[in-house]
Design a protein. Structure first.
Length: 300
């Protein structure tokens, strides 16, 4: 069994990766744009927030600038694809590689410590909650606001245009939609959410590190696919809720696996556990549909 601290820690991290899953949902599901930029925009958000907080900025303003930085990174990837005709996957890889050097430039070192600095969490510690409950309370609020805003956006005219672009770009252009602009906006929005997640992660962990984005795309995909296996994404709202649920379930599964003595797993097995969970999340829905089809035939 998990201790309270481990349980709240898994939920806290799951909520942060829920924001990453939102971003991946926009790029992969809405726009059908495979985007690996997130492995660079996640530490970019952390780096920008950390440097500005250490420079005396208000933590919320620093977090806002992290969102802007993430959006700029996403826009670069989209422009490489739309304006220069570079394959979307390759464009995102190029941006991701470049961001490693950019992040080092921003921080001036491989990592920065935020211990003792005022962060977005600081005022919440005065509410009387237990130390490990504070990040969960704040991140639930942030994730809920992001979910509602994203849901409303997807129902707007621009959001519908973006969804049309991802569904059938040729038909969307025939209807007068500027598909290139929709791709740039969508990928920028996606990485802005990832930049927000990176900024919050750095502040909750007390440090920003240039390598903290390694594997974020896999975690985000695991959250997205796992959530869709739990909650059928028949509507945009259900799809967004599935992102959060999937991220939390993923982190809880990781925590249980690492804390279960009978399995004998250690921290270095994290990537193995992630690969297994993603495989199960991909295979189980098809297996479930097969079982349902067989049961239906038997009843008939």
């Amino acid at each position: 069994m998990l201790s309270n601290i481990a349980l709240y820690g898994a939920i806290e991290t799951g909520l942060i990766y829920g924001l990453v899953a939102f971003g991946i949902y926009i790029s992969f599901r809405v726009l059908d744009f495979p985007d690996l930029t997130v492995d660079g925009s996640f530490p970019l958000g952390a780096a920008v927030a950390a440097v500005l907080i250490l420079g005396g900025w208000n933590p919320w303003l620093a977090t806002g600038m992290a969102i802007v930085a993430g959006m700029a990174a996403g826009a670069v990837t989209a422009l490489l694809n739309v304006k220069l005709g570079i394959l979307n996957l390759l464009a995102s890889i190029l941006t991701m590689i470049a961001l490693y050097s950019v992040n080092l430039r921003i921080m001036g070192s491989p990592n920065l410590a935020l211990l003792g600095e005022e962060t977005v969490l600081t005022p919440w510690y005065e509410l009387g909650l237990a130390f490990h409950q504070v990040p969960v309370a704040l991140f639930i609020l942030v994730t809920f606001i992001a979910l509602v805003l994203l849901w409303r956006f997807m129902k707007s005219e621009v959001g519908l245009s973006m969804r049309a672009t991802g569904a059938n770009a040729r038909m969307a252009r025939a209807q007068g939609i500027a598909t290139g602009a929709m791709i740039v906006l969508g990928v920028a929005l996606s990485n802005g959410l990832v930049g927000l997640a990176g900024a919050l992660f750095a502040q909750s962990q007390g440090a920003a590190d240039v390598t903290m984005g390694v594997g974020v795309i896999v975690i985000g995909l695991a959250s997205l696919i796992g959530g869709e296996a739990v909650i059928t994404p028949s509507t945009v709202l259900r799809a967004l809720i599935a992102c959060v649920v999937g991220a939390i379930v993923y982190r809880l599964a990781i925590a249980f696996a690492l804390n279960a003595d009978i399995l004998g797993l250690k921290a270095q097995d994290l990537n193995l556990i992630t690969a297994i969970l993603v495989t199960l999340a991909i295979v189980l829905p098809g297996f479930r549909n097969t079982v349902r089809a067989r049961l239906t035939r038997k009843k008939a």
